[in-house]
Design a protein around this ligand. Structure first.
Ligand code: ADP
Ligand code: MG
Length: 475
């Protein structure tokens, strides 16, 4: 029993140092398996938990253990405790219940002191769930994220306007609202307005009807940050575009920040007035891509954490491998799973989720695909050189031509393929890829990867070639 109390004290200490979600997701159930004079061994439910605890929280747990058992404790270990779920194991602690118990008393006090965040728009137009810190950054959305972050540091000064575009469900609204929210938190006196093009149209039409256009203009004139989502919906609304154009100019001239999203690049918004379109391009234009496997996996884990839902690693990987088109769908699948768990108490299993996804027709060959995904992630590639070698062999040109600064056309495509594979298959950062390719800067690597991705969508032969290279080295 003493063990049990000591463990409770250690957990209390750990809880005070961790984010709630991290504690609930990673600790789950824990026990003390062994106590010796200088070392404590903790028991966990699975090797996944053990690996995570070791990788992420070793120091925090060690410190908490020392303050409970004394400074003679030199180290701690985690092992899988096969008896942890036995009812007779009264020393094990279920972290979820313990969390609830231990925070019950402190919560009330906390609530009082919490500063509640003002929504961007008092009518509830902003969603406070969206923050920059719960936005998962991958290579597909890195630029957009960095631009938003820069804008929060220096609204109206660094990138103005900031125009973000991409397909539906890839996080534009999340980023826009998160940026607005963050600016509002940092600069309490700034007036931030979030609106969608649709709402703006309605507001404009109402103002015209009620003859209150002056008031509308006055309202927009006085704001510091205008966030306007989904501008593609302004298509064919000429008068509204006209009004937005005026507002844009007023705000821009007064160095007020403007943040815009659309489903296409400004140039491609052909149904919008050219002068408005060209204003959208005055600052920085960044696009968001479909997330790759790693980003999708991280997003599922983050969303599950937010919802305090424990999702087994294999199930998360399976969903990430199969639900590939947009993040909203990923979230939807996760919500389905949670609902099922709440109704039936069944923890999600691979077979169950495979059936479910098949039913929802996300894919037709689920288990086959999952096996492939598995072998893919398990294949070990010795180094980036294997990829470069394969690309060089495939195109029949020397490695140096690919890696070094050589502007000849025949080297360009293989170089792009090499960079693209390192990014998408090895998940290297642009910086790292740039270093491999003779110290190129990260923007040029990003450009090459994007260019190839676009080409692959158009050019089936090239796609076939790239797949052949991938198959050749088993990635
Ligand atoms: P869009 O406006 O581009 O259609 P949303 O911003 O509405 O997309 O995103 C759809 C959902 O996916 C939202 O719930 C959002 O939080 C989530 N989402 C998209 N991308 C990410 C990301 N990188 N990290 C975390 N959540 C994301
Ligand atoms: Mg949106």
């Amino acid at each position: 029993m003493e063990k049990h109390y000591k463990l409770r004290n250690i957990l209390t200490d750990v809880i005070s140092k961790l984010k709630k979600q991290d504690f609930l997701v990673y600790f789950r159930k824990i026990s003390i398996v062994e106590i010796s004079s200088d070392k404590i061994v903790f028991g966990t439910v699975s090797s996944f938990m053990k690996d995570n605890l070791e990788a992420k929280f070793q120091n925090i747990v060690l410190e908490a253990t020392k303050s409970e058992f004394g400074d003679n404790i030199q180290s701690i270990d985690f092992i899988v405790d096969n008896t942890i779920d036995n009812p007779s194991n009264s020393d094990a602690i279920d972290c979820q219940s313990y969390y609830k118990e231990s925070t019950k008393t402190s919560k009330k006090a906390e609530k009082k002191s919490q500063v509640s965040m003002t929504p961007i728009d008092k009518k509830g137009n902003a969603n406070n769930r969206y923050t920059l810190s719960n936005f998962i950054v991958g290579w597909d959305n890195q630029l957009a994220y960095s631009a938003c972050e820069a804008v929060t540091k220096n609204p109206g000064k660094s990138y103005n306007p900031l125009y973000i575009y991409g397909d539906v469900g890839l996080g534009k609204t999340h980023l826009l609202q998160a940026t607005g929210n963050e600016i509002l938190m940092k600069y309490k006196d700034k007036k931030v307005v979030y609106t969608t093009a649709d709402k703006f149209i309605t507001e404009y039409i109402t103002a015209v009807k009620k003859r209150t256009i002056d008031k509308l203009l006055e309202k927009f004139r006085s704001i510091d940050v205008l966030v306007i989502d989904d501008v593609q919906f302004l298509a064919k609304k000429e008068q509204t575009q006209n009004e937005l154009y005026n507002i844009f100019n007023i705000l821009y001239d007064a160095n007020k920040q403007i943040i815009i999203s659309g489903d296409r690049a400004p140039k491609e918004l052909t149904e919008l007035e050219p002068r408005l379109r060209s204003r959208f391009e005055w600052g920085i234009t960044v696009d968001i891509w479909k997330p790759d496997f790693e980003t999708r996996l991280a997003i599922i884990q983050e969303k599950a954490r937010e919802k305090e839902f424990m999702i087994p690693q294999d199930v998360a990987e399976f969903i990430a491998a199969n639900v590939t088109e947009n993040v909203r769908e990923l979230e939807w699948v996760l919500n389905q799973m949670i609902a099922e768990y709440e109704l039936t108490g069944n923890t999600p299993s691979l077979t169950r989720i495979a059936q479910k996804l098949q039913k929802l027709s996300f894919t037709t060959d689920l288990l086959g695909e999952s096996k492939r995904a598995e072998t893919r992630t398990r294949t070990t590639i010795r180094s980036y050189e294997d990829i470069i070698d394969a690309v060089s062999a495939h195109f029949g040109i020397e490695k140096e031509g690919i890696l070094w600064e050589n502007r000849k056309k025949e080297f360009m495509l293989p170089r792009q393929v090499g960079m693209y594979l390192l990014k998408t298959k090895m998940n290297y950062t642009y910086e790292r890829i740039g270093n491999i390719f003779n110290g190129r800067n990260h923007a040029s690597v990003l450009y090459s990867c994007k260019k190839l991705d676009k080409l692959l969508k158009k050019d089936k032969t090239l796609l076939y070639e790239v797949n052949a290279i991938k198959d050749g080295i088993g990635i």
